[in-house]
Design a protein around this ligand. Structure first.
Ligand SMILES: [Zn+2]
Ligand SMILES: [Zn+2]
Length: 262
């Protein structure tokens, strides 16, 4: 059995909960500790039950509350050997908080698998989590979709996937300087709604039945726009949202729906 629930998702802070009946994991903790605890309380997740944090990358919208959370609850951070040096420097924590891993490792009864995604950080990972026949995956902060990402996510029933911005809205945003637009649109930036839709059409051909659109920009996207863009693209591929595949949208600093695979 696996549960997955976004506690907050967006450019201002990301936290996702993954749990089996006996193992409880956070992916990232990108809000202040007090806010994380408030969201966990709303989701009826006991922070004392969390066994570990895994981290996607070192940007502050994924890291903000990590040091406070792991010191307060005395739990480890599992991180790939290539990312451990950077995380030690960013988080300023004693070495015993870090457990170096290979690409695949176990936390309790959950098998965790990490894979590289293209983004303008020193490292950036997506993850899948597997327990018996249940597999869920997370991939956000993706400059461009890759075969590696698609093949890892294809094994999942439920996927949290970045749908960061609407290209027209971003391009026309007068508050964003050109260098920032180029960064976001670049192939180490963030995934647009339409590219997210294209990826979902491919994932539909695999095992995926539920996608949660995530890491939406507050300035260059809206939940309705992300959902409609993806839904309409899928329609052009004869894939009907709500019948062939289900699409949900994760929100900034609000808990999302909790999904459970038996
Ligand atoms: Zn990032
Ligand atoms: Zn981010």
């Amino acid at each position: 059995m696996l549960k997955i629930q976004t506690l907050s998702s967006g450019s201002a802070g990301n936290i996702t909960y993954i749990g089996s009946s006996s193992t409880h994991i956070l992916v990232d903790a990108g809000l202040p500790l007090s806010m994380i605890l408030k969201l966990m309380n709303q989701a009826h997740i006991d922070p004392h039950s969390i066994n570990a944090i895994v981290i996607t990358h070192e940007h502050s919208d994924h890291l903000k509350g990590v040091a406070d959370f792991v010191t307060h609850y005395n739990i480890p951070i599992y991180c790939h050997q290539q990312s451990v040096k950077i995380l030690k420097r960013s988080l300023k924590l004693p070495p015993h908080y870090f457990i170096e891993t290979e690409s695949t490792f176990e936390i309790g009864d959950i098998t965790v698998n990490s894979f590289t995604v293209p983004h303008d950080s020193q490292f950036c990972l997506g993850y899948t989590f597997q327990q018996d026949n249940a597999t869920v995956g997370i991939a956000t902060d993706i400059g461009q979709m890759t075969d590696t990402i698609l093949s890892n996510l294809a094994a999942c029933q439920i996927v949290v996937l970045e749908s960061n911005h609407d290209i027209q809205k971003l391009t026309a945003n007068p508050k964003y300087p050109d260098w920032l637009k180029r960064r976001i649109l670049g192939n180490r930036g963030h995934l647009s709604n339409i590219d997210c839709g294209r990826a979902i059409a491919k994932l539909y051909q695999a095992n995926v039945s539920q996608v949660i659109l995530a890491h939406l920009s507050e300035k260059n996207n809206t939940p309705t726009l992300a959902y409609q863009t993806v839904k309409q693209y899928l329609q052009t591929q004869n894939i009907i949202e709500g019948k062939d595949i289900f699409i949900d949208v994760a929100l900034q600093s609000q808990i999302g729906n909790c999904y459970c695979i038996e």
